[in-house]
Structures are given as structure tokens and as C-alpha cells.
Design a protein around this ligand. Structure first.
Ligand code: CP
Length: 316
């Protein structure tokens, strides 16, 4: 008998207990195995409906949620703001209330406003999964990152994880700092001063304004995308200058442990925050992160929408 999940929504790491995280990661292992079978489908969510509602662009998150739902045999519908009545001025709440009238079981929401998934969860009866809200949180990314680290290193407790780059605008950095800290890792943020958020101390991380000392002795190096679309010109030098000071290259990677792994949530700015030789090198687990994304999102959908007590991968 599978233990029931304590949560109705997945809005952020902040709301989770370490036991919830362990349950998601452990359940993800079963679905990782399913995703490597010749037939990558189980009947677990047959008859359930999942709506992927994306107000911002996405490749990895949206595709992996769609694949996750389909591999669980759910009906999956994708809605993007550009092709919907949002372009005619319909509000988020009206949009979601209309979608609710079609009786979905789960809404996966990406939105440019911090707190949008919480707003929807508080005003509808649907289970809501946060697929990234503004610069606030990206909890499923942090969960798939933890899953990837655990598979690569065998554990998380005691590891030193350096999260480097545009911390200011990164929901991935926030969710990872909360999650990895909760599971016993030492988390370091490294960012130029202009890209370090005020009040960063609340995350309990070590904070560096240079890359090399942050990488010293790190087990995991997680590079962040420079979010050029959110930058004021005053905050940023040229790409070339940034790459020289804060880019992960074969030279700067030497500061980390010899067996350190390299991560990036994507999309990458090759040649800016990460040198292609590192992104495509033997220590990169960037595509492992993408593979893990499907399994972990299958686990989350199953835990939120599956029938109580149902086995995750039981045959039809
Ligand atoms: N990591 C991530 O969220 O990628 P997408 O924006 O492509 O979904």
C-alpha cells in the first residue's frame, strides 16, 4: 500500500516537509524505470485530466509535464497565453474558473507573477502545481535537481552545492537553496554584487561575490542562466566580460572537487555563464536533469491525482 501524500498542491518548497520531498524522490525512482522501458506507459492516471497552463515560454517544463501525464495515461491539454483568450484581456482568475468548469484534476501553472499559483489555489478547488512563478519559486525544477544529484552522488546530506550566476532573478536558485538546505547540503550562492538579491541571508546560504572561492571544494556546480530579459543595462557588463568573470570554464571548474558534477536548469547561454566545453563535457549532468524531469513530474502528478492506495506503476 502506497502512503498517501500530505499535500493537495505543490506551490513551493517552503510548504514541504523533508518527508514529502523524500516521498517524491523515492516515487520518482519507480517512474524513472518506467521511462526507460520500451513501452513507456502505465495506466496509473487513466480517466484523470491535467491542464498545463503556461503564461511564459517553456521547453523543458511544459514538454516534460505533458509527457509525464501521457505516460501515466491521463488526458493532457496544453494552453498557452498567446493562443488563448488571455490575449483578449481575460484575467487569470476568469481563465482558471472557466477551466475549472471543465473539471480537471490538476492545473500546472507557469506565470510571470510571483504568487500566481498560490492565488489560483486559494480561489479554486483544483490541485495546482507551480511550474515557475516570476522570480519566486520553481519547485519541480529543484526536485528534479535533487533527484539528479542523489542519483549521481548517492546522497545529498553533507554535499557542498555552489549555485552561481544571476541569483537575483532566479526562481531555480531560491527553490534549490530551500530544498537542498532542508536535505542537509551546504548551499553557496555566488553572484556579482549587482545580481545578488537584497536579504539573501534568509536562505541560510553562504554568499560569495566571486566565482572561484565559491567553487573551492564544491561537489555540485549549478550554473544559472543570465536572464537578459529581466536585466537593466546598469546591472550587467558585456557578455564577454561576464563570461570572463563569472563563466564556468575548464579553468574555473578546476576549483571544484575533481569529481564535481555540473548542472544547469536550461536554457543555457553558451559562452556566457557556461563554456560549451563544460556544458558538453564528461562532468555535465545537464541532460540527466532533463530526463529526471519527466520521472519526477510523473511522481508529483501521481501523488497529487492518483487514487489513494493505488500502486504507482501497477499494470492495467
Ligand atoms: N528549466 C526550465 O524551467 O526550462 P524551461 O523554461 O524550458 O521550462
Amino acid at each position: 500500500m502506497t502512503r498517501p501524500f500530505r499535500q493537495k498542491h505543490l506551490l513551493g518548497i517552503e510548504a514541504l516537509e523533508p518527508s514529502d520531498i523524500q516521498q517524491i524522490l523515492d516515487t520518482g525512482e519507480a517512474f524513472f524505470e518506467v521511462s526507460r522501458r520500451p513501452v513507456r506507459k502505465v495506466p496509473t492516471l487513466r480517466g484523470k485530466t491535467i491542464l498545463n497552463v503556461f503564461y511564459e515560454a517553456s521547453t523543458r517544463t511544459r514538454t516534460s509535464f505533458e509527457l509525464a501525464g501521457k505516460r501515466l495515461s491521463a488526458d493532457v491539454v496544453n494552453i498557452s497565453s498567446s493562443g488563448s483568450s488571455v490575449t483578449k484581456g481575460e484575467t487569470l482568475l476568469d481563465t482558471v474558473k472557466n477551466l475549472q468548469a471543465m473539471r480537471p484534476d490538476v492545473v500546472v501553472l507557469r506565470h510571470q507573477a510571483s504568487g500566481a499559483p498560490h492565488f489560483v489555489a486559494a480561489r479554486t478547488g483544483i490541485s495546482v502545481i507551480n511550474a515557475g512563478d516570476g522570480a519566486h519559486e520553481h519547485p519541480t525544477q529543484a526536485l528534479l535537481d535533487a533527484f539528479t544529484i542523489r542519483r549521481s552522488k548517492g546522497h545529498i546530506r553533507g554535499l557542498v552545492v555552489a549555485i552561481c550566476g544571476d541569483v537575483m532573478h532566479s526562481r531555480v536558485a531560491r527553490s534549490n537553496a530551500l530544498l537542498l538546505g532542508m536535505l542537509g547540503a551546504t548551499v553557496r550562492f555566488a553572484a556579482p554584487r549587482t545580481l545578488t538579491p537584497r536579504g539573501v541571508e534568509v536562505f541560510g546560504t553562504e554568499v560569495y561575490d566571486r566565482l572561484e572561492p565559491a567553487l573551492e571544494g564544491a561537489d555540485v556546480v549549478m550554473m544559472l542562466r543570465v536572464q537578459t530579459e529581466r536585466l537593466g543595462g546598469a546591472m550587467f557588463p558585456t557578455n564577454r566580460e561576464y563570461s570572463r568573470i563569472f563563466g564556468l570554464s575548464p579553468r574555473t571548474l578546476r576549483y571544484a572537487k575533481p569529481d564535481a558534477i555540473v548542472m544547469h536548469p536550461g536554457p543555457m547561454n553558451r559562452g556566457v555563464e557556461i563554456d560549451p566545453a563544460v556544458a558538453d563535457g564528461t562532468r555535465s549532468v545537464i541532460l540527466d536533469q532533463v530526463e529526471a524531469g519527466v520521472a519526477v513530474r510523473m511522481a508529483i502528478l501521481y501523488l497529487l491525482a492518483g487514487e489513494a492506495g493505488a500502486h504507482p506503476v501497477a499494470a492495467a
